[in-house]
Design a binder for this molecule. Structure first.
Ligand code: ADP
Ligand code: MG
Length: 683
């Protein structure tokens, strides 16, 4: 490791550290954000406002002004025109330097973007340099690196050059394979990207389509795949209870259902049956669009564990959802003689203690919120954990659950479920440490939800529409606006809306749920809504996930422009569960921002969650998309899952092959890319 250390004074080292640059090889892979073209000089008169330009100018006038704040202004000119350079932070020495340049008529090279300003065209904080007599223009593009305060481009360039001279840039891919793919060698690729020789087309560098970029992006994806696959394989080394394939209980549950399983549900159930019979822990992610019927698949898996004498735990992210699951699972399983326990954070102390006792002894299925992973909960014989809406849990919480196998026992099998469909490319990259099953079919007879975009100005009509729906024997949701800045404001809006609707819809039963209610209150309200004792449920986003009330066929979402795509899709998925055609009204307020407009258009035009997720990925990029999961996971810096989708599959294949055939090279590749970061994944 020491040979790879960065040689720099401690203060600089600390700053480089902040950029994630700890070793020479980190510097080698610290690639330019973009390039600047200093190979040409533009005349002031010919320079436009789009993109940076390089000028060669003399100084006409220098002044320090104090309004509106202290600033240095230099009036500069070339043969074609004049303009102003403006510096808001500057040293006295800079002022003197400009003055001397003026007196001696010395030329400056200035690089920056021209903007129309108060005094005509100007550049704010341009990069500039005094020109030596007869100095020629650089022949190649200038790299611009991502950096932080106190680390200049020049310093980065110097240290990167030093690292390039010393670091191990040896090739880790097979020669023939590499050539076949059209990838340049690793050392050639990094050298070219740090210092593009003359003649390399700027556009291919900026757009990152140049073969050198493709090579680097492939390597990055390969490192990601290696690290995730390695984590996957190492978890596989651990033993897990072998749970024999399903028998009587499984069949009895299936036969007691009022519906037949879809082909997709049967296929996924069979995959899980297989997984559970293995002597190592299942690590499966079950993805299925809203309403695709994941719960029953999970219940069938639980039956298999229970029959084999193990406990199953079913964890959901909110009280409302956990409670719904509890009721549903009780209805399905208690008649078959299964003991179901309930555990939630809001339980009274005595009830909780009793539940903990039950978990430690006789309970066969335990349903609850993340109270399930608390210290005090000791399972007697946990064989399977099911995590619903897994994207709502942090990585840490899921890891905690994994440790719950019981004292000294083997880790349990894990089934994670998500209704936030993850586009294939994202699944293949960020979820490479899981096996993924997809429910790609909705139960038959579902009618598509009609989506209406309605301006807030027509709210009265919408309220009338609710009355119509209730008169026809249906129920409705009214979702209050998301106010991210203030929970208090959000609560207030919910109370106001409830008051307003109670007034406007006199004679109808209007209920209210929001996050501040006690769990029992929430549960009681939801139970009344399920029982049809409430006509209109005013709710904050607590109803977002999982809630299932088939008779509700109208949903109004206020300030729909404030919600994200995934959230809108989830909310809309609360209706369209019964036999009637459902309507989702998206109330929006003008003016709409560009992205809000785009989001609403996407949700209006699409009903398929996968397509919506794909569009979401395009709008937001993967960083936000993977949400909590990304904590502790290396994000991609160079590869773009959309633009470089064609590299993911080969990277995945290569990762498998290297791990199998050349573990030494796999380790070196990982070390090159991940360094110390890889430890994070071990958990
Ligand atoms: P999600 O995948 O969103 O969690 P749920 O498991 O809540 O979906 O199922 C949605 C609804 O569809 C529930 O009322 C469930 O009982 C019902 N359901 C599940 N599978 C089928 C099926 N094969 N045929 C008909 N209805 C089904
Ligand atoms: Mg669900």
């Amino acid at each position: 490791m020491a040979v790879d250390a960065i040689e720099a004074p401690p203060a600089l080292k600390a700053r480089l550290n902040k950029l994630g640059l700890k070793r020479g090889s980190d510097l080698v892979l610290h690639l330019p954000l973009r390039y600047e073209d200093e190979t040409r000089v533009t005349a002031i008169a010919a320079a436009g406002n789009d993109g940076p330009v390089q000028l060669e100018v003399v100084v006409r006038e220098v002044s320090v002004q104090f309004r509106p704040r202290r600033q240095l202004l230099a009036r500069v000119a070339d043969d074609s025109g004049e303009m102003t350079l403006r510096f808001l932070n500057f040293y006295g020495s800079q002022t003197r330097q400009f003055e001397r340049a003026r007196e001696e008529r010395q030329k400056l090279r200035v690089f920056g973007e021209i903007r129309p300003g108060f005094l005509g065209d100007e550049m704010v904080h341009p990069r500039y340099r005094l020109l030596r007599e007869g100095e020629s223009l650089p022949e190649s593009l200038t790299p611009v690196y991502p950096t932080t305060a106190g680390v200049s481009q020049a310093v980065l360039r110097k240290h990167i050059a030093a690292a390039l001279a010393k670091a191990d840039l040896s090739e880790l891919l097979e020669e023939a394979w590499r050539r076949e793919r059209g990838f340049p060698p690793f050392d050639g690729a990094v050298r070219l990207l740090h210092a593009p020789p003359p003649g390399v087309p700027e556009s291919a560098l900026q757009s990152r389509e140049h073969p050198a970029w493709r090579r680097i992006k492939f390597d990055e994806l390969l490192a990601q795949q290696l690290s995730l696959r390695r984590a996957y394989l190492s978890r596989r080394q651990r033993g897990a209870p072998r749970i024999a394939p399903a028998g009587a209980l499984f069949r009895r549950l299936r036969e007691s259902l009022p519906f037949a399983l879809t082909a997709a549900q049967r296929r996924v159930a069979a995959e899980i049956v297989d997984d559970l019979a293995q002597p190592y822990p299942m690590q499966r992610l079950l993805q299925g669009d809203v309403g695709s019927g994941k719960t029953i698949v999970a219940a069938l898996a639980a039956c298999q564990a229970i029959e084999a004498g193990y406990q199953a735990a079913f964890m959901a992210p909110t009280e409302i959802l956990a409670e719904q699951h509890y009721l549903k699972l009780c209805a399905w399983l208690q008649p078959l003689g299964v003991e179901v326990a309930w555990l939630s954070g809001s339980q009274k102390r005595a009830a909780k203690r009793a539940a903990q006792q039950q978990v430690a002894n006789s309970a066969q299925l335990v349903v609850g919120t993340h109270a399930l992973i608390q210290e005090r909960v000791d399972f007697a014989r946990l064989g399977l954990i099911i995590v619903d809406e897994q994207h709502r849990f942090g990585v840490a919480q899921r890891l905690e659950l994994r440790r719950k196998g019981g004292k000294g026992a083997e880790p349990p099998h894990q089934l994670m479920m998500s209704a936030t469909p993850i586009p294939r490319t994202l699944a293949m990259s960020y979820y490479a440490d899981l096996d993924v099953s997809v429910l790609d079919e909705l139960p038959p007879g579902r009618l598509p939800v009609r989506t209406r975009l309605v301006s807030d100005a027509r709210r009265d009509e919408v309220i009338e529409r609710i009355r119509g729906a209730v008169d026809a024997g249906r129920q409705a949701y009214w979702v209050c606006p998301l106010i991210e800045e203030s929970e208090k404001l959000q609560l207030q809006t919910a109370l106001d809306t409830h008051a307003l609707l109670s007034r406007e819809l006199a004679g109808l039963r209007v209920g209210l749920v929001h996050g501040r209610l006690k769990a029992e209150e929430k549960a009681a309200t939801m139970a009344s809504f399920v029982a049809g004792e409430i006509d209109v449920l005013v709710a904050t986003t607590v109803v977002e996930v999982g809630v299932d009330v088939p008779n509700a066929s109208l949903m109004v979402i206020e300030h729909a422009e404030r919600f994200g795509l995934a959230q809108l899709h989830q909310l809309r998925g609360r209706v369209g569960r019964g036999r009637e055609t459902s309507v989702c009204v998206l109330l929006y307020q003008q003016p709409l921002s560009m992205t809000a407009r785009e989001r609403l258009k996407i949700i209006f035009e699409n009903s398929d969650g996968f397509e919506i997720a794909r569009q979401d990925l395009r709008l937001r990029g993967p960083g936000e998309f993977v949400g909590s999961r990304q904590s502790g996971l290396p994000l991609l810096r160079y590869a773009d899952l959309e633009a470089d989708a064609d590299l993911i599959e080969p990277a995945r294949e290569m990762a498998e092959r290297l791990l199998r055939e050349a573990p030494g090279r796999a380790a070196r590749h990982l070390a090159r890319w991940m360094g110390s970061r890889e430890e994070l994944l071990k958990a």
